[in-house]
Design a protein around this ligand. Structure first.
Ligand code: GDP
Length: 423
């Protein structure tokens, strides 16, 4: 059997709008549940005298995952005929925003849930904005609990219009807006006869129509250096290739130090008995060790690339920052920045714009409060190697640390700022 495709999705939306229920349904209606699971949970509910909730399925899977019972301990997944899906963040997870912002959770697509009885709420807007900021472009909006509004076309139309208007104002075109009842299973895996006025796809059909992530292989090479190991008299430079390909013999430049050398070998572990079996080429997603034809002083945090299409080198840059810090971000304050494997001290040189993500109003410009997005100019004390986020999402984003806490996540844009690279 050919290897199955995998799409990583996040389920987002306001608390209690039905995210966990939807996940339970997705598992069940796609036939992805382990045998007897549903029955076990129904029995458990009876024993305890409480009504069955689809959300318990997800809680149970989560608990098993945490205890390491499920074989695939890293992720929850369900499958359709077309492909496998991983839900990379559990709804209601306290760290959800943080995971999204730090890139711990990189989603290919999203389902955004809105309760039809409540309409568009604060988090419906905030999460929509965050998806946009992080570049998630494949979004299915699920208008849930349609059973509770008598499957009314008018209620659906009103919410669809309002939410589309919000998304359009931030430049997002949702791929689909689907009326569903997660509890009753309407328009989840199949199109429901209860809403004949709706002619679009079910949630699963919408997900199946989404494209797989574009191959990072075809982008310029980025190898952020994780570590340098001394091994016999060799120096092995280790890291994960975030994008592009690397071949033995390639000339590399390490930014921001601008040292260049050729790749002498690509090391793999364990070392093959036959030395000729060592790979000649490796690509995006692979963790590698390489040796060079010259002994350069390379450090963790350097980014290796080819000479053409190297990352930008700069001390100042502009970024959009989604702020989570307890203390507001203020002009003049300095933070620790982590970008790929590098760390640097940066200070806030300018706050150009502050946006409230729930109503898109502009706010006072001397600080960025929690849950606001600030367009700011940051300055580092040394040269940094980075990319614009729209050119490379892995080396074009960073987090800011205030003390010991992740206080914000940023997306880089160089508009109005020059690349200082001098080769
Ligand atoms: P979450 O906080 O977004 O994960 O929301 P839950 O999935 O826990 O659901 C919150 C409440 O809404 C629960 O009481 C669910 O039973 C209820 N609920 C979820 N989906 C539906 C639905 O399609 N119809 C109705 N009537 N209630 C639902």
């Amino acid at each position: 059997e050919a290897t199955r495709q995998l799409l990583r999705i996040v389920i987002v939306g306001h608390v209690d709008h039905g995210k966990s229920t939807l996940v339970g349904r997705l598992f069940h209606d796609t036939g992805s549940l382990p045998e007897g699971k549903l029955e076990a949970i129904r029995r458990m509910c009876e024993r305890r005298g409480m009504p069955f909730e689809w959300a318990f399925l997800m809680d149970a899977m989560q608990a098993e995952r945490d205890q390491g019972i499920t074989i695939d301990t890293s992720q929850i997944w369900f499958k359709t005929e077309k492909r496998d899906y991983t839900i990379i963040d559990a709804p209601g997870h306290k760290e959800f925003l943080k995971n999204m912002i730090t890139g711990a959770a990189q989603a290919d697509a999203a389902v955004l849930v809105i309760d039809a009885t409540e309409g568009v709420r604060e988090q419906s807007r905030r999460h929509g904005y965050l998806l946009h900021l992080l570049g998630v472009r494949q979004i299915a909006v699920a208008v849930n609990k349609m059973d509770a509004v008598a499957y009314s076309e008018d209620v659906f139309a009103e919410i669809e219009t309002e939410y589309r208007a919000y998304l359009n104002s931030i430049g997002v075109v949702p791929t689909f807006v689907v009326p569903v009842s997660a509890r009753e299973g309407d328009n989840i895996a199949t199109v429901s006869p209860r809403m004949p006025w709706y002619t679009g796809p079910s949630i699963v059909e919408a997900l199946d129509s989404f494209a797989l992530p574009t191959a990072h292989l075809d982008r310029p090479l980025r190898l952020p250096v994780q570590d340098v190991y001394k091994f016999d008299d060799r120096r092995i430079i280790a890291g994960r290739i975030e994008s592009g390909r690397l071949h033995v013999g390639d000339e590399l430049v390490f930014s921001p130090s601008n040292k260049t050398a050729r790749v002498k070998s690509i090391e793999v572990w364990p070392e093959p008995a036959d030395k000729d079996a060592r790979p000649q080429t490796v690509g995006a997603g692979q963790c590698v060790g390489i040796t060079l034809d010259e002994q350069l002083f390379i450090e963790r945090g350097d980014i290796a690339s080819h000479l053409t299409n190297a990352p930008i080198e700069t001390e100042v840059f502009r970024a959009k920052i989604f702020w989570l810090g307890r203390e507001p971000l203020t002009k003049g304050k300095s933070y620790k920045m982590k970008l790929a494997t590098s760390e640097a001290r940066v200070s806030v040189q300018e706050i150009e714009h502050v946006l409230d993500t729930t109503d898109l109003s502009s706010a006072a410009m001397d600080r960025v409060e929690r849950n606001q997005v600030g367009e700011v100019v940051l300055r580092a004390r040394r040269l940094l190697a980075l990319d614009e986020h729209n050119r490379n999402s892995r080396t074009g984003r960073f987090v800011l640390i205030d003390g010991y806490d992740i206080a914000g996540g940023g997306i880089i844009s160089m508009e109005g700022y020059a690349d200082q690279r001098q080769l």
